[in-house]
Design a protein around this ligand. Structure first.
Ligand code: NAD
Length: 290
């Protein structure tokens, strides 16, 4: 049974994963490269707990208990007592390899490693470790405390025992699992990103403008957000990176990234985080840019 959980990376995903693991009663060990990154992650957890408190979904006592379950550090020795370590470091294969090189020697031999990667092959990452049978993909969605899904991805060597332990943990975290095979971009991004890319083609070819495309999909397909609004939320650089993974990994021209998406990324118009993407976010309300 998985009790103590380690997290590598206290960023957007790592602190969210730490939050849900601690809130469901697990002792958590969260590591990042420096104290500043750790403090930023802890502040985000505190802020998200405050929001839950003000909505009445948790009590002040639950907030205090959740925070008390999270310990932090910059030294991998932190993970010596973990049953599971979830890797949520940046989406860079060389960097993840370095993380596993430091992580494996300090782990108990029976500990499981999970990666939160959005697009890198689980089988390839597993082969970088000393335990491919106890290595698995656990793909949380952003924002982690709110989104219900975890995609579970088995590498070619992942054992049934490891899979069952992670599936049971997912349930304990209050999430639902969708099981995916280890192919480029798994399920959610395999379907979602080509749709977003097609929305950008629809804009590029002048079939509609930003507002008409988003309105069409919100009211015509009952999507809570339009595809271009969603692209800005995800980050246009991330959208482009996933299209490259699909295009390279499946070698099918239907995955070619839209030239307009490429141009926006080249311009640094990366969406919400850059205050400009398909919408301009510098004012009070987002304004369509085309
Ligand atoms: P992020 O940049 O917000 O966080 C990454 C964190 O890792 C940062 O705090 C950084 O300081 C830290 N870090 C950098 N180098 C490190 C190292 N060598 N060792 C340990 N920590 C290091 O990134 P994120 O959005 O949280 O993404 C993390 C992972 O989650 C990626 O693999 C990404 O593909 C995946 N993911 C992201 C999303 C998303 O919507 N952002 C969704 C699902 C999965």
């Amino acid at each position: 049974m998985i009790s103590t959980i380690g997290i590598v990376g206290a960023g957007q995903m790592g602190n969210g994963i730490a939050h849900v693991c601690a809130a469901s009663g697990h002792p958590v060990r969260m590591l990042d490269v420096n104290q500043e990154a750790i403090d930023r992650g802890l502040r985000t957890i505190g802020g998200n707990l405050d929001r839950q408190l003000s909505k009445g979904t948790i009590t002040a006592e639950q907030k205090a208990q959740t925070l008390a379950r999270v310990s932090t550090g910059t030294d991998y020795a932190l993970f010596g007592d973990c049953d599971l370590v979830i890797e949520a470091a940046p989406e860079n294969e060389a960097l993840k390899r370095e993380v596993f090189r430091k992580l494996c020697p300090v782990l108990r031999p029976d500990a499981i490693i999970a990666s939160n990667t959005s697009s890198i092959s689980i089988t390839r990452l597993a082969a970088m470790t000393d335990r491919p049978a106890r290595f698995i993909g656990m793909h949380f969605m952003n924002p982690v405390p709110i989104m219900k899904l975890v995609e579970i991805i088995r590498g070619i060597a992942t054992s049934e025992e490891c899979f069952v332990a992670i599936r049971d943990l997912t349930r304990k975290l209050g999430k639902s699992a969708a099981v995916a095979e280890d192919f480029p971009a798994f399920i959610v991004n395999r379907i979602l990103l080509p749709m977003i890319n097609e929305a950008v083609y629809t804009l590029y070819e002048g079939v509609g403008n930003v507002e008409s495309i988003d309105t069409a999909m919100k009211l015509g397909a009952n999507h809570p957000m339009g595809p271009l609004e969603l692209a800005d939320f995800i980050g246009l650089d991330t959208c482009l990176a996933v299209m490259h993974v699909l295009h390279d990994g499946l070698a099918d021209s239907k995955y070619r990234p839209c030239p307009l998406l490429v141009k926006y990324v080249e311009a640094g118009w990366l969406g919400r985080k850059a205050k400009r993407g398909f919408y301009d976010y510098s004012g009070e309300k987002p304004v369509p840019t085309r």
